[in-house]
Design a protein around this ligand. Structure first.
Ligand SMILES: [Fe+2]
Ligand SMILES: [Fe+2]
Length: 441
């Protein structure tokens, strides 16, 4: 069905886009006057940027046939926090390993992600408005991230050899990293408008601190009595290995991976202002942007790269945990991972939209000087990408190798299994670290 932008009204900070949907009847194209009049009327009526959907029948066409319907829809660009945190009703909650999780199931059995009733249409509306206003939406660079380490073949091999610890630790780490997403709350910068020369009203940026960061944090860490992704990954692990892992076991795994036990306490108070300022100054890249504003951009880019990398991890986990020969639970662990994956889509989408909105605006530095958003974003993007694919990934691979040795400790066939593991991978250990033996690894 064709979608055509027919009118745009308002100042840049109050863009209202009227879309005409359903122009599939040539008769209608012969009646431009009523069409134009309706579009303008609908646009004017929608100046408050609230949802307006009108459906009008133009009646019988000249050839006696009934004409197609024309829907004139104005897109809502201002959303309240309550709207962005609202969840569609479900008839059955999601319960995993005895724990009530967020989300649930609609009457047709479809999984319903939490807090997406308003959030998904809102993000779509901001994306549409950004492009309509001449902006560019940056793409999430999913293809630029390599396969997980260990990969499916290596993990499958270990499980077939009855060595499960590395996969258990990997699932624990993924859940833990998901929990770090809750820290986005502490990256929030109030009064964001002062960092922009152009208005940010009616954009994703204007809603970061009034719903979007909070929804993201709740999805990752849980909220109230509903578990979020961190515990959903732990539940998937416990279901697949048919036993609950204790908090002490989890803490020991995290300790071995160098993740401090208190690092996940994202719902507590933020660190004091002086500590935050010192940390921000130390990491500062741009010499004129407000350090907290720059840190928020870096945090959003870093999270987007984690989300992008996670898409490969989901495929790994769903294939592995969905195999009845390898995992207990009749596929329930894999289904749980698929629900988490579904929840992630709005995370990637709002982050890339906000980043795009910054990129296509003029920024105001601390000195009052103007800076091209494009230059700032492209520089921070390159730094964040290099960190994610470079030192952070190397550290993760080294930690995986250490976990492999831990899992093989005392195993009389350790050498043989270690060899079989590396044979199935795209990396080989060397004296200096790991060397790629396949392109793209
Ligand atoms: Fe997540
Ligand atoms: Fe996420």
């Amino acid at each position: 069905m064709p979608v055509q932008v027919v009118a745009r009204a308002g100042a840049p900070d109050a863009i209202v886009t009227a879309l005409v949907v359903g122009l599939d009847d040539p008769d209608l194209l012969e009646e431009p006057q009523p069409l134009a009049a309706m579009a303008i009327a609908a646009t004017s009526a929608a100046i408050d940027r609230r949802v307006t959907a009108r459906r009008s029948w133009l009646g019988t066409g000249q050839n006696g046939r009934r004409s197609s319907a024309i829907s004139i829809v104005s897109v809502q660009l201002d959303w309240t926090q309550d709207e962005l945190l609202a969840t569609d009703p479900v008839i059955e909650p999601l319960v995993a390993a005895g724990r009530r999780c967020h989300g649930g199931f609609a009457a047709d059995g479809r999984y319903v992600s939490p807090r997406t009733q308003g959030r998904i249409p809102a993000i779509e509306a901001w994306q549409s408005a950004h492009v309509t206003a001449g902006g560019t939406l940056v793409a999430a660079p999913i293809d630029e991230w390599p396969e997980p380490y260990p990969n499916v073949a290596q993990s499958r091999y270990l499980l077939e050899e009855d060595v499960s610890d590395l996969v258990v630790t990997t699932l624990t780490r993924i859940g833990t990293v998901e929990g770090f997403g809750g820290l986005i709350r502490h990256a929030a910068v109030e009064g964001l408008q002062r960092h922009f020369d152009d208005s940010i009203a009616a954009t994703t940026l204007a809603h970061l601190t009034s719903g979007l960061f909070e929804a993201h944090a709740r999805d990752e860490t849980g909220h109230g009595d509903e578990a979020g992704h961190k515990e959903m990954w732990f539940a998937a692990r416990d279901i697949a290995f048919d036993r609950p892992f204790t908090d002490d076991e989890t803490a020991r795994m995290l300790d071995r991976m160098g993740i401090p036990a208190g690092a996940l306490n994202s719902s507590g108070p933020p660190p004091d202002a002086a500590t935050v300022r010192a940390a921000l100054e130390a990491q500062r890249v741009h010499d004129d942007l407000d350090p907290a504003f720059e840190a928020m951009i870096r945090r959003m880019l870093g999270l987007m790269f984690i989300e992008v990398s996670a898409f490969h991890t989901f495929a790994w986990a769903e294939e592995l945990l969905g195999d009845d020969a390898l995992a207990a639970g009749d596929g329930e662990a894999a289904r749980l991972v698929s629900y988490i994956r579904t929840d992630e889509t709005p995370h990637v989408e709002y982050l890339r939209t906000a980043i795009s909105e910054i990129r296509d605006r003029t920024l105001v530095g601390e000195s009052g000087r103007r800076h091209e958003g494009r230059a700032v974003i492209d520089r921070l993007w390159a730094i964040g990408r290099a960190e994610s694919l470079g030192p952070r990934r190397d550290a993760l691979r080294q930690s995986t190798l250490a976990e492999l040795e831990c899992a093989l400790a005392g195993n009389p066939r350790a050498d043989e299994i270690r060899g079989g593991f590396h044979e199935r991978g795209s990396l080989r250990p060397t004296l200096g670290g790991l060397e790629a033996v396949k392109e793209g690894a």
